[in-house]
Structure formats: structure tokens, C-alpha cells
Design a protein around this ligand. Sequence first.
Ligand code: ATP
Ligand code: MG
Length: 393
Amino acid sequence: MIFHAFLIKYAEIAIKGKNRYLFEDALVKQMNIALSKIEGDYRVVKEQGRVYVFCPEEYDFDEAVAALKTVFGIVYICPVVIYEDQGLDKMREDVVEYMKNVHPDYSGTFKVYTRRAKKSYPVNSMEVSAKIGESILNAFPEAKVDVHDPELTVSVEIREKIYVYSKSIKGPGGMPVGTNGKAMLLLSGGIDSPVAGYMIAKRGVKIEAVYFHAPPYTSERAKQKVVDLAKLVAKYSGPIKLHVVNFTDIQLYIYDQCPHDELTIIMRRYMMRIAEHFAKQDNCLGLITGESIGQVASQTLQSLAATNEVCTLPVYRPVIGFDKQEIVERSWEIGTYDTSVLPYEDCCTIFVAKHPVTKPNLKVIQKSEEKLAGKIDELMEEALRTTEVLEIQ
Ligand code: ATP
Ligand code: MG
């Protein structure tokens, strides 16, 4: 059976009152972007509180669904068969034909739900549903009507043409990107930060990213891995501006000047400072990290507090309460896992101490940082100046 269109359902957006139109427009825009990446002339149309995708004559169903599944804000994708309006008798035949194709030998409970978008239609919705239900019962002797809790709802929408659908494919949910400002993701090559970026983008937030690179200690391949992860997140979030910061000299200087058990914390404080610099420059309203309480020494509450202290923007940590396994499962679902586990070194692991402090004392950390005073500003400026910016599509 050829589906001619998709009806897009978007629950969360619908409750946004006056802002509803802004949300719908953002949704349509993101759907157009997603569909432009695949072959065929899809037409996205917003009408009477509904969003439809009209498909080209020939298209790849699975590819179209996969593209729509990357658009935040979509709760369900319903494939629709469209028939000409040639009167109620023909409509009854058409829906039976639809059932034979889409649910052959159907033997469960069902109901028909009719919606007249065209109010001038001469027969009312209840009557249309009853008549079609009767035809289905005749054609499917095992099937039964259950109007309260049916296993299958056959929806019939009467417009200029007749739209029939009964299947709902789950979309990603959330809100369309672009409806909730912008934030800066600290993107490493690990499992957690791509998931964190995905989760915040899912709430409608546009994402930028910053990656701290430490050549020659971290390789080009490690950087390429981060670029690849950014591409995977960008499938959902839309284009990502990725700042690649050369962090080597700052790390070496910290290594030189500070107690080694405090290295990670001090390094992370500099990462946050730099990330915040680019965030403010580009009007981002927050930072995002993949931190999770207790996962490593730098993620105890004390360490998080010490890292957080240098930030003035809010820091969003969407996986903060997840176990590693839960984050891993998310990364499978969104398709970043295989790339995340490629074995390239991270700058954090290269300069890591054998026994890092797990309960850093803020005063002590601040004291250690004072030793950097002479040269660190210069190194920071150099890092900002030499940062490479990549547009990830
Ligand atoms: P991930 O799996 O995201 O790499 P992790 O468990 O390895 O996380 P850490 O290395 O402590 O944890 O990093 C915590 C967070 O700090 C990361 O989730 C990421 O947001 C940020 N981060 C760490 N290293 C980098 C880096 N090289 N560039 C950018 N951000 C980083
Ligand atoms: Mg990491």
C-alpha cells in the first residue's frame, strides 16, 4: 500500500497557548530541514491545527520515517492514505480496501473515528463512523467494535479529500529546536556528553559545542571522533558550531605549576572559563556537560561545586542522576555509542593523576590557581585566539 502523506502529532506544542504558532512554525522549519536531506520533493503543510507531510509520487517510506524521527516536537508519525471524495458509499469501500491492505485479516476490536474538517459535509461524523464501521464488520467477520477501549482506531478525516490512517509511529517527542534559546555543550569524545547535548536539544534548545584538544597528546583521530559525534548529534539538533580549542599549553602549564592531585579540577575550571567565554560571545544562555554525580573523582559533589564556582552562566547537566548504564542505553538509542567507544585518547585522561582529590577544598584550589597568575592570562588569550571554528551539518 502506498501512503500518500504523514499526519504529524505534536502534543506538547499544542498546550502552548498563544505561542502555539511559533512552535508550529519551528516544527515545520525543522521538518523541512530533515526532509531536505533525503531524496524527493516532500511538502510540509500546516493547516487547521494539523501538520501534514505530503509525499512525492515515488519515495522511500523507511527513509522518510527515519528523517521525521529526528525532528524534536514530533510525538507520532501517522502514515495516511488519501482518497478522492466520491460520496459516502465510495468512502465505505475505500476504508475497507484500506483495512485489507494495512490490517489484512483483522480480528481484534476497533472503532472508527471521523473528523469533519470540512463542516459542510452533508453527513455528520457519528453517522459516517457508524456506516464505515458497519462495512468493516461485514468485510472482517472476526473483528468487533469497541468504542471505549479499541485495539485499533481507524481515523477518517473529511477534507477536500478523504484521509485515512490508523498507525502511529513513535517520534522523538520534545520541542522543536529553535524554540528555547541556545546553549554551549562541552563535547568530549566520551559517551556522556553527546547524550547530554541530545537531551537539551530535545527541549528545543539550539546547540553550540566546544572541544578541548591537546595536540600532540591527543591525535587528529581523537578530534575527528568528536567531529563525528557532533555530526551525529546535529542529525537531531540541526547544525552545530564547534569550537576546537587548543588546550595543550594551558594543560602543560597547570601540570607544571600545580599539585598533580588537583590537576583535573583546575583543568576543568579552565575548560569552563573558556567554554563560558565562547558561550557569552555567541549569546548562549547556559553551558551543558555530561557530568553525572560520583562517576569519577571530578564528579563528586565537592568536585562539581569547585568546577561550577568559576561559571556565571547556569550549567545544565541532564545526565546528572543517571547511572552509566542508563547513559549507555540512551547513546545506543540515539546512535552515538559506537563512535563514543572508539579508543582514542582524551585530554583529561592524559594528564590525570594517579590519586586525584575527590573532595577538593575550594580555598586550596583557589590558592593553587594563584600560582598560575603570571602566565595563564596570556595562555588563555592565545587559546581563544587560535580556536578553530567548524560548522557541523
Ligand atoms: P564523557 O563521556 O562525556 O567524555 P566522562 O565520563 O569522560 O564524560 P569527564 O572526562 O570527567 O567525564 O568529563 C565530564 C564532562 O566534561 C564531559 O561530559 C564533557 O561535557 C566535559 N569534557 C570533558 N573533557 C572534555 C573535552 N576534551 N572537551 C570538551 N568537553 C570536555
Ligand atoms: Mg570524557
